[in-house]
Design a protein around this ligand. Structure first.
Ligand SMILES: [Zn+2]
Length: 708
């Protein structure tokens, strides 16, 4: 078999992604290599295919047990024999795996570096090692941000396993780290594969100048646009992870917070619940992510700006690993910037840190295609605008902002440059806050001259002024604003200043509504989609693995598009290899056929009863009519005050185990109302299921989507 046939047979893909085939060929020819590939760039295939094709067992050294488990689940799901050896196994489990390896049954053995160090002699004697893969190879370098001492002992791989190819993989490595990896692992021929860092399926947006309340509102609207899809929100502090998560929960969105202050048990549970889709959103500090290999994260939000582009890119890289669209949003405002600058001032490597922050800031304030800035940062240049960032979608409009700059700088000068950004804006807006009055700033000439412009816009303008170099923030001295020499040129009318119109909230949110959740289809396919997702979830529960391991979202869409009527055709759908075809084909094809039949068939009348696909239905209802009737019954008359959206919130609060009394308080209704509504929803759902085949009726929340 050649690599391409293996790809089709086990993974169900028709073609390789860039560089994959070259890397596979290189490893198969016995060569060492270092591969730099972004998260989600398709790295696993690069070593798994050679491992499948070569005789013996490939050792995959990986630092995290949770990652190993995920990889092994995915491999087994694709019909490839794989196992992992790590400290979470008891002695008899470990012995069993070791025995399987000895018999040559295991193609890929995931192993922690510690375990390899302690058992290498045994492995050498008993296992025929085909290749050694070092995953997360940057952990070997002191320069990497994730140094792990146990990795330094990997230097003797060639002595341990002579003649066996060594392939190292990493998603983040600057030049120094790269050289370090090559040297430590003794990569023969120093062969480097550098994949493009572009992840075109991640959309990029930056939203500046929003206060906390507005940011939370924006998050809620993003989460509602992605019903039942997973998302991550990154915050700088533990406290804000807790606050944001609480806020979302109160508004009926399933969300947990995650930070290093939680017990390892709690963290493990949250990771697991997130992976299995039991929690929609995790609000986390940077502590969250390394152990997460969830393929179907559909949005990543930065509540605060990260300290460097590397961190930012790695964090958004956790979205859309299945190659399907993922929305990323970075919130950015002056307060954050000031905090970060102070952080930099106090850090050990002040200059390096300041430079990294400046590059991050440039990205956030950019008025050119953001993806170009990112790629440029990672050493790739392109002359093409991406079309999938906010700047490309919504180019900035510029205007002569000289007067605005003059108003701001004049206010600052008149305070003797003893005012912070908030204070300066208070002055322009004419707000008599205690501080303003205390310092007599309400007496200066510029007090109130900018009251025609909303605070949010002033914040955005001030940020531009900082970026354009008209004003500086004195981070070590009460964050006071200082007018620069260039600023004085504008202030005294010797130069003009160009500003860009702040992006308005309304126009942006309208734009966003046009790109709803990716798993959305039109018209009649809606029911099929719900039914397919339902079946996928059911199988995932049976097999105790996350839903995306059963079938990816892209596979589901491919099934809807092709409507396979045989298992053979099912195997032709995207991402379905032989193992998945044989294991799940029958159930999915039956469901699709049931659905397709429904489109062709009318209910039958016989002996005073209407039947539909062998199930009794009331009256002359077809499936859609049945749903319409239920919709009417649920939202007419006394139930007029309920909407599908409200019902969804109600159900999700209920699912979280919140009591009816609390739900009633949150939703501003009577407890009695809440109780009877829940009963009503459940009753109608039961009746629908009884009237039709249960496979056709999605769960209650999906059903509500159909109503709205
Ligand atoms: Zn762009």
């Amino acid at each position: 078999m050649d690599p391409k046939t293996v790809l089709k047979k086990y993974y169900g893909y028709d073609s390789f992604r860039p560089l994959q085939e070259e890397i596979i060929t290189h490893i198969l020819s016995g060569g060492d290599c270092l591969v730099l590939m972004p998260t989600g760039g398709g790295k696993s295939v690069c070593f798994q295919i050679p491992a499948i094709m070569m005789e013996g067992t490939a050792l995959v050294i990986s630092p995290l047990i949770s990652l190993m488990k995920d990889q092994v689940d995915i491999l087994r799901g694709n019909g490839i024999e794989a196992a992992s050896l790590n400290s979470s196994l008891n002695a008899s489990e470990a012995r069993e795996i070791v025995e399987e390896c000895r018999r040559g049954h295991i193609k890929l053995l995931y192993i922690s570096p510690e375990r390899l160090n302690s058992t290498s002699a045994w492995i050498k004697e008993n296992i025929r090692v085909s290749m050694v893969v070092v995953d997360e190879a940057h952990c070997i370098s002191m320069w990497g941000h994730d140094f792990r001492p146990e990795y330094t002992q990997l230097g003797n791989l060639h002595d341990l396993f002579p003649g066996v190819p060594v392939a190292a993989f990493t998603a983040t490595a600057d030049k120094v780290t790269r050289e370090d990896i090559m040297t430590h692992l003794d990569i023969r021929g120093r062969k480097l594969f550098l994949a493009s860092f572009d992840r075109p399926n991640l959309s990029l947006s930056v939203v500046s100048g929003l206060n906390e309340k507005a940011r939370k509102d924006r998050i809620v609207s993003i989460a509602r646009r992605h019903p039942e899809e997973s998302g991550i929100i990154y915050c700088t502090t533990r406290k804000s992870t807790e606050e944001v998560a609480l806020d979302l929960r109160i508004r009926g969105i399933s969300c947990a917070h995650y930070h290093a202050g939680l017990s390892s048990e709690e963290r493990k549970n949250i990771q697991e619940d997130f992976k299995m889709g039991r929690i929609q959103i995790v609000c986390a500090t940077v502590a969250f992510g390394m152990g997460i290999d969830k393929a179907d994260v559909r949005f990543v939000i930065h509540y605060n700006m990260p300290l460097s582009i590397e961190s930012y890119y790695q964090e958004i890289g956790r979205g859309g690993r299945d190659g399907m669209p993922c929305e990323t949003v970075l919130f950015y405002n002056l307060q954050d910037l000031v905090t970060l600058k102070r952080f930099v001032e106090e850090s050990g490597q002040k200059e390096v840190a300041a430079d990294k922050l400046r590059r991050m800031q440039d990205f956030a304030e950019s008025t050119v295609c953001r993806r170009r800035i990112l790629l440029n940062y990672f050493g790739e240049t392109t002359s093409r605008n991406c079309g999938n960032c906010d700047v490309c979608r919504n180019p900035p409009h510029r205007f002569d902002g000289t007067e605005l700059v003059q108003k701001m700088l004049s206010a600052v000068m008149r305070t003797g440059q003893r005012v912070s950004s908030t204070g300066a804006i208070d002055i322009l807006l004419g707000e008599k806050t205690p501080n303003i009055v205390k310092w007599g700033f309400d007496q200066i000439k510029t007090f109130g001259v900018g009251s025609d412009i909303p605070r949010e816009d002033w914040q955005a303008y001030l940020m531009q002024m900082v970026h354009l170099g008209y004003v500086e923030i004195d981070v070590l001295n009460y964050r006071h604003l200082l007018v620069t020499p260039l600023g004085k040129e504008v202030l005294y009318g010797r130069q003009s200043a160009e500003l860009s119109v702040p992006k308005r909230k309304e126009s942006r949110s309208r734009k966003h509504k046009e790109q709803p959740s990716i798993l959305s289809v039109e018209g009649e396919d809606k029911i099929l989609l719900s039914a397919l997702k339902d079946l996928r979830n059911r199988i995932a529960q049976e097999e105790k693995v996350p839903a995306y391991i059963i079938l990816s979202d892209k596979s589901i869409l491919s099934i809807i598009e092709r409507k396979p009527s045989t298992e053979e055709e099912f195997g032709e759908c995207f991402g379905i290899g032989e193992a998945k075809r044989d294991r799940y084909g029958e159930r999915f094809v039956r469901l699709v056929n049931l659905y397709s039949d429904r489109l062709k068939l009318e209910p039958e009348y016989d002996d005073g009863e209407w039947t539909f696909l062998g199930e009794r239905v009331e009256g002359t209802y077809t499936f859609e009519k049945l749903l319409k009737t239920v919709k009417k019954k649920l939202y007419m008359g006394n139930d007029r005050s309920w909407t599908p959206q409200i019902d969804k919130e109600l159900l999700s609060l209920h699912d979280q185990g919140i009591s009816n009394v609390e739900i009633a308080a949150k939703m501003g209704r009577k407890t009695k109302q809440v109780r009877s509504r829940l009963q009503r929803l459940k009753r109608w759902h039961r009746e629908l299921r009884q009237s039709c085949s249960p496979d056709q009726i999605p769960d209650m929340k999906n059903l509500l989507d159909y109503f709205s």
